[in-house]
Unconditional design. Sequence first.
Length: 105
Amino acid sequence: MATVTIEVPDDAFKALHRSPQELGREIRLAAAMLWYSQGRISHEKAAQIAGVSRIDLIDALAAARLPAFSLLVSLGSDLVLGFFGTGPDRARNQIPSLTPGINPV
């Protein structure tokens, strides 16, 4: 594992009520949470960088009011137009049935 060194003013530890070791852990966690929330790294990689379990990472994200999970939903343009452009009746008809021969309405 590589080592990164940053300079921190001496009074920062007192102001933050943290030891150098505590501040180092906090900075690693903060960076990992930021990069995860930006979509640059996965939960697994963020937890590894922060030096915590995935559960602890999720808890830290929740405590910081950052999204703990990212859901990407892809909708067809017809469905989107149905919901936003032509009213709910057309949208209902655009939703495919999960069971062949049964209308989802």
